[in-house]
Design a binder for this molecule. Structure first.
Ligand SMILES: NC(=O)C1=CN([C@@H]2O[C@H](COP(=O)(O)OP(=O)(O)OC[C@H]3O[C@@H](n4cnc5c(N)ncnc54)[C@H](OP(=O)(O)O)[C@@H]3O)[C@@H](O)[C@H]2O)C=CC1
Ligand SMILES: Nc1nc(=O)c2c([nH]1)NC[C@@H]1CN(c3ccc(C(=O)N[C@@H](CCC(=O)O)C(=O)O)cc3)C=[N+]21
Ligand SMILES: [Mg+2]
Length: 352
């Protein structure tokens, strides 16, 4: 292991030696293993005594595969400890309520993963499943119950909701102090405004920034591009990168020359939901690539008849990017880890 690490570290700086996929994997776990930041980033941020070397932005040789599963696991281990401490100190554990409307298969999978993650970290979870054709009143009744329940500290409404329901109205019903998704306009507004601290930051963008920081990627002063501007990913991602002092460009469906704008970027966050949208030629050599896209594409050779594909053409990006997150195994596990973090934070804050 140590030998691989030494060889890998040497090769990060030279074009000569080639690493196998296995070695790259080992390297990423070694570089990423010690936690770099506390869960309370940024207020209590302290650099680890032995941080990994920063990822270089120069023309590149090796692409570091950022292992989201490993990093998410580190964070989850911390959460387990904090939940234990809380239980000992005040005899309560954090509680998360998830509202799932309808039978959409991928939503069911994501929700199941969230519930399992809660179980594994000692967080209490409650799932409310409502039929596809349920009324707004039914959902609001469930949300009101969770809002008032003192054993519940986080409330999440899984999106997308069926067409006939008013998403804005329903999301607004989640009590501010329990809005662990950070979707409420007050949280988003506080994220956007200087000198204000949002109670919650949306889980996926928060997870992306944690991945960057824990991989030794400097954000301040870098050119970042965010592809996509949705309320749950793209927009809060741009705001968060700006808070970390990046120079941020946004690319969306109306952008004239996305390729050109993307090639200027040191950090690329792709969240358009279009498989392989970002080609190798779109990337500046040495760019760090965070691939949020998670698109199911049919593949009869896979277990469920489909596999997940990112927004970035992964094979082409290898050798051009200095670091990249894979799909699956990159951003996805971090989103869930951040949901657990937000739920823990909510429980610490709510004094009952
Ligand atoms: N791994 C994870 O944890 C998560 C993954 N995801 C995944 O991320 C992806 C994005 O999700 P979400 O934000 O909800 O998606 P939305 O469909 O809500 O938003 C997509 C965004 O991409 C933009 N867009 C569409 N086409 C293009 C294009 N050709 N060029 C540039 N931009 C384009 C749209 O622009 P416009 O605004 O102009 O329409 C829009 O802003 C999906 O694959 C989703 O599954 C989402 C959440 C969490
Ligand atoms: N209110 C709400 N909050 C959300 O955070 C939210 C949502 N609605 N609706 C849908 C999107 C999507 N999302 C993902 C979470 C985890 C993975 C994830 O764990 N992905 C694994 C793979 C999972 C698999 O194999 O199916 C991975 O990328 O490795 C993916 C996507 C959260 N979202
Ligand atoms: Mg969406």
């Amino acid at each position: 292991m140590l030998f691989i690490a030494r060889k890998a570290l040497a090769s990060v700086h030279s074009k000569a030696s080639r690493l196998t996929a296995r070695e790259v994997h080992c390297l990423s776990s070694i570089l990423l293993s010690p936690p770099l930041v506390s869960l309370d980033f940024p207020e209590n941020w302290t650099p680890h005594s032995d941080p990994p070397p920063p990822v270089s932005f120069e023309s590149v040789q090796k692409t570091l595969v950022i292992d989201g599963k490993v990093i998410a696991e580190e964070i989850r281990t911390k959460i387990v400890n904090e939940v234990c401490k809380m239980k000992k100190a005040v005899g309560k554990v954090p509680g998360l309520a998830v509202v799932l409307v309808g039978q959409q298969r991928d939503s069911q999978t994501y929700v199941r993963n969230k519930i399992i993650a809660c179980e594994e970290t000692g967080i209490k979870s409650v799932l409310a499943e409502l039929p596809e054709d349920c009324t707004e009143e039914q959902i609001i009744r469930v949300l009101t119950k969770f809002n008032e329940d003192t054993s519940i500290h986080g409330v999440l409404v899984q999106l997308p909701l069926p067409q006939h329901l008013d998403e804005v109205k329903i999301l607004n019903m989640v009590r501010l102090e329990k809005d662990v998704d950070g979707f409420h306009p007050l949280h988003m507004g506080n994220l956007a405004m200087r000198g204000r601290e949002p109670l919650f930051v949306s889980c996926t963008p928060k997870g992306c920034v944690e991945l960057l920081i824990r991989s030794g990627v400097e954000i301040a002063g870098k050119n970042a591009v965010v592809i996509g501007r949705s309320n749950i990913v793209g927009l809060p991602m741009s705001l968060l990168l700006q808070r970390h002092d990046a120079t941020v460009s946004t690319v969306h469906a109306f952008s004239k020359d996305p390729e050109h704008i993307t090639r200027e970027a040191d950090i690329v966050v792709a969240a358009a939901g279009i498989p392989n949208l970002v080609r190798g030629s779109w990337l500046k050599p040495g760019a760090v690539v965070i691939d949020v896209g998670t698109c199911p594409v049919e593949d009869s050779s896979c277990e469920h008849g489909y596999r997940l594909v990112g927004d970035v053409c992964y094979e082409e990006a290898l050798g051009v990017a200095s670091a990249i997150t894979p799909v699956p195994g990159g951003v996805g596990p971090m989103t869930i880890a951040m949901l657990l973090c937000n739920t823990l934070d909510a429980a610490k804050r709510i004094s009952f």
